[in-house]
Design a protein around this ligand. Structure first.
Ligand code: GLU
Length: 449
C-alpha cells in the first residue's frame, strides 16, 4: 500500500512551501489509493510548541487534506533508543567529543585549503583510555552515524532521475546530541521504517539527507532493527520561490490564515500548488479527483517553481465563479438565497465580497446626482415599471420605445438609480431580487430627490 507522510516541525505555522509538500504527498497517496500520514517532527523540545501542532492540524483541515493517521516523534523516543542501541552494537554510531568551536576550526582549515569541509573522523582515532579521560572530565559525547565509504549510494529519484553519492564525500552525520536529544536524521528514518512509508516526497534541500538515510535504512535492517523492506521511493521537488525569483521571507510567512483573510479559497490554493512547477497547466479545477488523477511526478520540472500572488488571485476568481450555492451558503449574508448568489457570483473575486454586493439588494444604496434630463427619465422609468418574471427587460424595452434612448443613456441611469453604482451584477438578475416596491422607491427617489 502506497504510504506517504508529511513531516512538519511544529516550530511555526505552515507556509506555502510546506503546504505544497503536504498537498503533493496527499495527492501521491490518493492517486494510488494509499495512505497519507501526518508526522509531527517535535524532537526539538525547546522550539516545538503545542499551539503549532494544533495550527498544523487546523490548516490541513481547512485545506481538506485529511491524514489517515498521525504520528509524533516525542511519543516514539523508545524506538529511537532501540535503533540507536542496535546501531551502537553494530559499530555504526560512535561517540565524539569535539566542541562546536573545535569543529568550526576544522571546517575553516579545510575550507581555507580549498577542501570540502568533511568531518575527519578524528573521534574514531581515540583510544579507550582517551575516551575514558574525556568522560572523567565530565564531557559527554555526541554521536555520529558511521557512513560506509564502500557502499555505493544510488537511487532513482522520482523527479531528479538517477542520483549517485560517494559516502566518502559526506560527513558522518551527528544523530544524537551530548544531552541525549535526537537530531532529525535517525528518528526520521526509524519512523519511515515503523510507519511503513513507501514514498518520501520532499524538498530538494533534503537530497543529501536522503543519501545518508539510505545507508541508515540499510544499517538498521542489517543490525536486525526491523525486517528488511525494499528501499523507499524518493522524490525531491524544486524549491518554491517568490515572483521575484528568490526564496523570500514573505513566502516563508505566507500561511493559511493570510490566504483565508484575503478571501482565497482552499480550492484555489490547491489548484495552483498542485500544478505549479509542473508541465501541466494551472486551471480552475474544483474537482479534486481530477487533480489527483492528473498528478504525475514525471511532469515536475527541476527549475524552482514560481509562486505568483496575481496568478493565485486569478485562479481564485475563476473558482469563485464556479462555486455552487450549497458550498458557500453558510458564508453568505443573511437572506441571500440561490438566486442572489447566482446574480452576484460573476462579479465576485472573493466570496466575502458577496456581502458588499448584497447591499445593492437590501440597501441602503449610494445616492447618485442626476441631471434634470435624467431625473425626468427616471420619473418615466418609475411609471413604466411593471412587475413580471423579467421586469428588467420589460422596463428597458418599454423605455426604449417611449424615450428613444438606447445603449448607455438607456441603461446607466437605471443602474445608478437602482444600485448606486456604475457597474455591477446583471440587472436582469438583480432587479427581481430588489423587488417591485423597493425598485419603484429607488427610481422615485432618484427622480425627485
Ligand atoms: N521535519 C523535516 C522538515 O520539515 C521533515 C523532512 C522529511 O520530510 O523527512 O524538513
Amino acid at each position: 500500500m502506497t504510504t506517504t507522510r508529511f513531516a512538519p516541525s511544529p516550530t511555526g505555522r505552515l507556509h506555502v512551501g510546506n503546504i505544497r509538500t503536504a498537498l503533493h504527498n496527499w495527492m501521491l497517496a490518493k492517486k494510488h489509493g494509499g495512505r497519507f500520514l501526518l508526522r509531527i517532527d517535535d524532537t526539538d523540545a525547546e522550539r516545538s510548541r503545542e499551539e503549532y501542532v494544533e495550527a498544523i492540524r487546523a490548516d490541513l483541515a481547512w485545506l481538506g487534506i485529511e491524514p489517515e493517521g498521525e504520528g509524533r516523534q516525542s511519543a516514539r523516543l523508545d524506538r529511537y533508543e532501540a535503533a540507536f542501541a542496535v546501531l551502537k552494537a553494530a559499530g555504526r554510531v560512535y561517540p565524539c567529543y569535539e566542541t562546536a568551536q573545535e569543529l568550526d576550526l576544522k571546517r575553516k582549515v579545510l575550507l581555507g585549503r580549498g577542501l570540502p569541509p568533511i568531518y575527519d573522523r578524528g573521534a574514531l582515532d581515540l583510544s579507550d583510555a582517551q575516551r575514558a579521560a574525556k568522560e572523567a572530565e565530565g564531557i559527554a559525547p555526541h554521536w555520529r552515524f558511521k557512513l560506509d565509504h564502500d557502499e555505493p549510494i544510488e537511487w532513482t529519484d522520482g523527479i531528479r532521475g538517477a542520483q549517485k553519492f560517494d559516502a566518502a564525500q559526506l560527513s558522518d552525520p551527528v544523530v544524537r546530541r551530548a544531552d541525549g536529544s535526537w537530531l532529525y536524521m535517525l528518528p526520521s528514518a526509524v519512523d519511515d521504517v515503523d510507519m511503513d512509508v513507501t514514498h518520501v516526497l520532499r524538498g530538494e534541500d533534503h537530497v543529501s539527507n536522503t543519501a545518508v538515510q539510505i545507508q541508515i535504512f540499510t544499517a538498521l535492517y542489517a543490525a536486525g532493527f526491523a525486517a528488511a523492506k525494499p528501499l523507499l521511493e524518493f522524490a525531491h521537488e524544486a524549491l518554491l520561490v517568490g515572483n521575484e525569483g528568490k526564496l523570500s521571507k514573505r513566502l516563508g510567512s505566507l500561511g493559511c490564515d493570510a490566504f483565508r483573510e484575503k478571501g482565497i479559497e482552499p480550492e484555489a490554493l490547491i489548484g495552483l500548488l498542485a500544478r505549479l512547477g509542473t508541465s501541466q497547466p494551472v486551471e480552475p479545477i474544483t474537482d479534486r479527483a481530477k487533480l489527483i488523477e492528473s498528478f504525475d511526478l514525471s511532469t515536475f520540472g527541476r527549475a524552482p517553481a514560481r509562486f505568483d500572488d496575481a496568478e493565485l488571485e486569478r485562479l481564485n476568481t475563476a473558482i469563485v465563479h464556479q462555486m455552487e450555492f450549497d458550498t458557500v451558503k453558510d458564508r453568505l449574508p443573511a437572506g441571500m438565497d440561490e438566486a442572489g448568489w447566482h446574480a452576484v457570483r460573476p462579479n465576485l473575486s472573493t466570496v466575502h465580497e458577496a456581502i458588499e454586493l448584497w447591499r445593492l439588494v437590501t440597501g441602503p444604496i449610494d445616492q447618485v446626482e442626476f441631471s434634470a434630463e435624467d431625473r425626468a427619465y427616471l420619473a418615466e422609468a418609475a411609471r413604466q415599471l411593471h412587475w413580471s418574471d423579467d421586469p428588467w427587460h420589460a422596463l428597458t424595452a418599454a423605455l426604449k420605445n417611449s424615450t428613444g434612448r438606447k445603449g448607455k443613456p438607456l441603461f446607466l441611469p437605471l443602474r445608478q438609480a437602482l444600485t448606486g453604482m456604475d457597474h455591477g451584477p446583471d440587472m436582469g438578475e438583480l432587479l427581481p431580487l430588489i423587488g417591485e416596491a423597493e425598485a419603484r422607491a429607488r427610481l422615485e427617489k432618484a427622480a425627485h430627490g
